[in-house]
Design a protein around this ligand. Structure first.
Ligand code: GDP
Ligand code: ZN
Length: 462
C-alpha cells in the first residue's frame, strides 16, 4: 500500500531546455491557480471558467516589473493530466524569461517539481496506470515513428489490458482451487484441482513467452540498435555514414543524465533506430588519412548489436580485412562490398570461405547503388518476424521484461511442483506469486521504492 503524501503545488518548465518560440511553465496542485494569480496581470484567474486560455502579463509582484506577455491555461481538477488544478503558462520563450517566471512561482508558494512528479501524481490519482506512466517516458524518448507507435499503444493501455486478463485468469483458477480445497466432496478433487492448475499455468506461461518474444525488438525500438561501421581506411565508411545521416532523418540526441556534451547520433532506417557507435572515429579519418586502429574498431565492435563491415571490392582482400572479418564473426553483421562501380579485384569465392552469402551486400555508395537493399536488409534483420501491426502489443520496457521473466519462473515452479506431486496448497503459493508479479507491471500491486525509482527517471517537467 501507498503512503499518500500531501499534494503541495509543484512547478516546472515543461518544454525542453534551450531557445524556442514558446515555452511552457506548468503548475499543479491545490494552490496552482492562486499562485499563478499572484504573478499575473490580466483577468482574475480564480474567477475564470475551467479549461480557458487567458491573455495577460507576468509581473513581479514585489517590483511591479513586467516579465513577459503570456497566455495562461486554467484547468481545474479533476479533468486534468494530474487530476489536480493545473496551470500552464505559455510564455515567449527565451531561457531568461522562462526561468524568471519559474523563480517567481517558486517564491510565491510553489515547489520545484521532482523529475516525473506530474506523471507520478497522475498515477497516484488513478488517472493512468504504471505502464501508461512509463510510456509517457518512452514517448518523450521515442526515436522513430515505430517506437512512437509502440509507446502510444502502451499509453492506450493495451499491455495493461493484456496483463490484467492474464491476472484475472489466474485469479479465477485460484478461486476454483480454494473452493475445491474447502469442499472436498469428491474423491478425485485433488486430481481435478491439479489438472486445473496445470492447464492454466501452461496457458499463461505460453502467453508470457509470446510477450517476451517481442522484447528483443522492443528493446531496439526503445534504445536504438547500437551499430558500428568498420573497415580499413578508404573503403567508404564515411561516405556510407554520410549517406545514412543525410538521406535518412538524422536524430542527434543529448542524453540526459550523462555528461552534457555526450552526443549520440541516431538514424532512422525504415523504422529501425540505429544508434551509431564511435562515429567520431570514422569522421576523424576523413581529415587525417590515418587508419582507425584495429583496437579502436574492436571496441566499437564490442559495443555494437549490428556491425556493418565495409570492404573495397576494387582491391584484393587484405590481412586487415581478414582480421576484421574474424573480429565480427559472432556479431549480427552486414558485409558491405563497396565500390562495385570500379573494376572488381576482390575474389568473392575467397570471401565466401569466411562470410556467408546472405551477409554480403554489394554497393556503390558513390553511385548510390545498393543503398535501398542495405536499408531493406537492416529492416528485415530486425522486423523479419514481426508484422507491422499497430495492434501488436510489444514489451519494450526492461522492468516489464524482468517481471515477465520472474512470473514465468513462478509458473515453471507450479508445473514442476505438480509433476513432483507437491501438495496443492504449496503449488498455489507459486501461482499466487505469478499473479502478484504480473500485478507489479501494471502497478496493481506496487511498492513505494519502485515508484520513487521509476518516476525519478523522468525528465524534469513531465
Ligand atoms: P573511409 O576512409 O572508409 O571513411 O572512406 P571514405 O568514405 O572517406 O571514402 C574514401 C574515398 O572513396 C573517397 O574518395 C570516396 O569518395 C570514395 N568512395 C566511397 N565510396 C565509393 C564507391 O562506392 N565507389 C567509388 N568509386 N568510390 C567511393
Ligand atoms: Zn572516411
Amino acid at each position: 500500500t501507498m503512503t499518500v503524501t500531501e499534494y503541495d503545488t509543484i512547478a516546472a518548465i515543461s518544454t525542453p531546455p534551450g531557445e524556442g518560440a514558446i515555452s511552457i511553465v506548468r503548475l499543479s496542485g491545490e494552490d496552482a491557480i492562486a499562485i499563478a494569480q499572484r504573478v499575473f496581470k490580466g483577468k482574475d484567474l480564480t474567477a475564470v471558467a475551467t479549461h480557458t486560455i487567458n491573455y495577460g502579463h507576468i509581473i513581479d509582484p514585489k517590483t511591479n516589473i513586467e516579465i513577459d506577455e503570456v497566455m495562461i491555461s486554467v484547468m481545474r481538477a479533476p479533468k486534468t493530466f494530474t487530476r489536480e488544478d493545473v496551470i500552464e503558462i505559455n510564455c515567449h520563450g527565451g531561457i531568461v524569461a522562462t526561468n524568471k517566471i519559474l523563480q517567481l512561482l517558486l517564491s510565491n508558494g510553489a515547489r520545484l517539481a521532482e523529475p516525473g512528479e506530474f506523471t507520478k501524481r497522475a498515477f497516484l490519482h488513478g488517472r493512468i496506470d504504471l505502464t501508461q506512466a512509463e510510456s509517457v517516458m518512452d514517448l518523450i524518448r521515442a526515436k522513430t515513428d515505430r517506437s512512437m507507435k509502440v509507446a502510444l499503444n502502451q499509453l492506450d493501455g493495451n499491455l495493461s489490458h493484456l496483463i490484467r486478463n492474464l491476472r484475472q485468469d489466474i485469479l479465477d483458477v485460484l478461486a476454483q482451487v480454494e473452493v475445491n480445497i474447502d469442499y472436498p466432496e469428491y474423491d478425485d478433487v485433488e486430481t481435478m484441482t491439479t489438472k486445473l492448475l496445470k492447464e492454466k499455468a501452461q496457458e499463461v506461461k505460453a502467453r508470457i513467452q509470446q510477450l517476451l518474444k517481442t522484447a528483443q525488438q522492443g528493446k531496439v525500438l526503445r534504445e536504438g540498435l547500437a551499430t558500428a561501421i568498420v573497415g580499413r581506411p578508404n573503403v567508404g565508411k564515411s561516405s556510407l555514414l554520410n549517406h545514412l545521416l543525410h538521406e535518412d532523418k538524422a536524430i542527434v540526441t543529448e542524453i540526459a543524465g550523462t555528461t552534457r556534451d555526450v552526443i549520440e547520433e541516431y538514424v532512422n532506417v525504415r523504422g529501425v533506430p540505429l544508434k551509431l557507435v564511435d562515429t567520431a572515429g570514422i569522421r576523424e579519418t576523413t581529415d587525417k588519412v590515418e587508419a582507425i586502429g584495429v583496437e579502436r574498431s574492436r571496441k566499437a565492435i564490442d559495443q555494437a548489436d549490428l556491425v556493418m563491415l565495409v570492404l573495397n571490392s576494387s582491391e584484393a582482400l587484405t590481412t586487415e580485412d581478414q582480421k576484421l572479418i574474424a573480429a565480427t564473426q559472432d556479431k549480427k553483421r552486414i558485409v558491405i562490398l563497396n565500390k562495385t562501380d570500379l573494376a572488381r579485384k576482390l575474389d568473392e569465392t575467397e570471401l565466401q570461405k569466411y562470410v556467408s552469402q546472405d551477409e554480403i551486400l554489394a554497393t556503390s555508395v558513390l553511385k548510390n547503388s545498393g543503398m535501398d537493399e542495405l536499408e531493406e536488409k537492416i529492416a528485415i534483420l530486425f522486423f523479419g518476424g514481426i508484422e507491422n501491426s499497430q495492434t501488436t502489443v510489444m514489451v519494450t520496457n526492461a522492468r516489464h521484461i524482468g517481471l515477465l521473466n520472474q512470473a514465468e519462473d513462478s509458473l515453471d515452479a507450479v508445473l514442476s511442483g505438480i509433476s513432483a506431486g507437491m501438495p496443492v496448497d504449496l503449488v498455489q503459493i507459486d501461482m499466487t506469486n505469478a499473479w502478484e508479479l504480473l500485478g507489479e507491471i501494471t502497478g496493481d500491486s506496487y511498492q513505494d521504492e519502485l515508484l520513487t525509482q521509476l518516476f525519478s527517471q523522468f525528465c524534469l517537467g513531465k
